[in-house]
Design a protein around this ligand. Structure first.
Ligand SMILES: [Ca+2]
Ligand SMILES: [Ca+2]
Length: 223
C-alpha cells in the first residue's frame, strides 16, 4: 500500500520487503481544464503548465545544484539564478522535460513531469534535495491549484512510462488549503548518519513565479 503523505510527516525509505528505496521516480500527474462554452454545447481545453523542480544543498544549507525546466533561462535575463537543466551534476537526478499542457483527454495514469532519482549516485556533499511544484503562467491558465481538475505528486518505482509500485503519494488539487496557492514545497530527501529519509513538507504559497519559490526554498527550506 502506498503511503498517503500528510503535511510534516517523516518517513524512512523502507519498502514492505524491508529493502531500501534507492532508485525511484518523483512524478507529478495533472490534467488540463475542460471548459464548456456556448451554453454547454461545446467545450474547449485550457492548457495547464505545472513545473516540477528540485534544489540540492549541503549540510549547511548552501545550494550546490538544481534540476528544473531548461525553458527557464534565468542567466540570460540577469535574474541571478542559473538556467534550467534536466540533469544534476552527479547524474543522480534526471528530469523528463517540461510538459506545457497537462493531460488533454482525462487522467492517463502517468506523470507529466518526472525526476528520476538514484540515491546511490548522489554526490557525497549533497545532504538534502528539496522538491517543489509551481504553476507557470501560460497564456491559458494563470490560476491556482484549486482550479486544476487533478494534480498529485508521488514517489514510485518504475520508469517514466511504467509504474511498478507507488511508494508514497500526495494529492495537491483536492486539498482545500491550495485555494489561491500556486506553489507547493512538496518535501525533501535528506541524509542522516549516511541514510536517506524523506520529509513531506506540503507547504503551499501564492508565489507568482518560480523565482519567488526558489528564493523561498533557499531561505526557509535548505536546513
Ligand atoms: Ca511544465
Ligand atoms: Ca498524466
Amino acid at each position: 500500500m502506498a503511503i498517503r503523505l500528510e503535511k510534516g510527516q517523516r518517513i524512512n525509505l523502507e519498502k514492505n520487503n524491508g529493502s531500501k528505496l534507492m532508485n525511484f521516480c518523483v512524478g507529478c500527474n495533472w490534467g488540463a481544464i475542460t471548459k464548456s462554452t456556448f451554453f454547454g454545447l461545446s467545450s474547449k481545453t485550457v492548457d495547464v503548465d505545472l513545473d516540477l523542480s528540485c534544489l540540492m544543498f549541503d549540510a549547511e544549507g548552501n545550494p550546490l545544484d538544481h534540476v528544473y525546466s531548461p525553458l527557464y533561462r534565468f542567466a540570460d535575463n540577469n535574474v541571478g539564478l542559473p538556467n534550467g537543466k534536466v540533469d544534476s551534476l552527479d547524474k543522480a537526478l534526471h528530469h523528463t522535460g517540461d510538459d506545457l499542457q497537462g493531460d488533454q483527454n482525462g487522467d492517463d495514469g502517468l506523470d507529466n513531469e518526472i525526476i528520476t532519482v538514484d540515491l546511490n549516485r548522489v554526490d557525497s556533499k549533497i545532504n538534502q534535495i528539496v522538491f517543489f511544484l509551481n504553476i507557470y503562467n501560460n497564456d491559458d491558465y494563470r490560476g491556482d491549484f484549486s482550479g486544476i481538475p487533478y494534480a498529485s505528486i508521488r514517489m514510485y518505482e518504475g520508469t517514466p512510462t511504467r509504474v511498478n509500485e507507488v511508494f508514497a503519494q500526495y494529492d495537491v488539487a483536492t486539498k482545500t488549503d491550495c485555494v489561491g496557492k500556486r506553489a507547493l514545497i512538496m518535501g525533501k530527501l535528506y541524509r542522516r548518519n549516511g541514510e536517506w529519509k524523506f520529509a513531506a513538507i506540503g507547504d503551499s504559497f501564492e508565489d507568482k513565479t518560480i523565482v519567488h519559490t526558489i528564493a523561498r526554498v533557499m531561505k526557509d527550506y535548505s536546513k
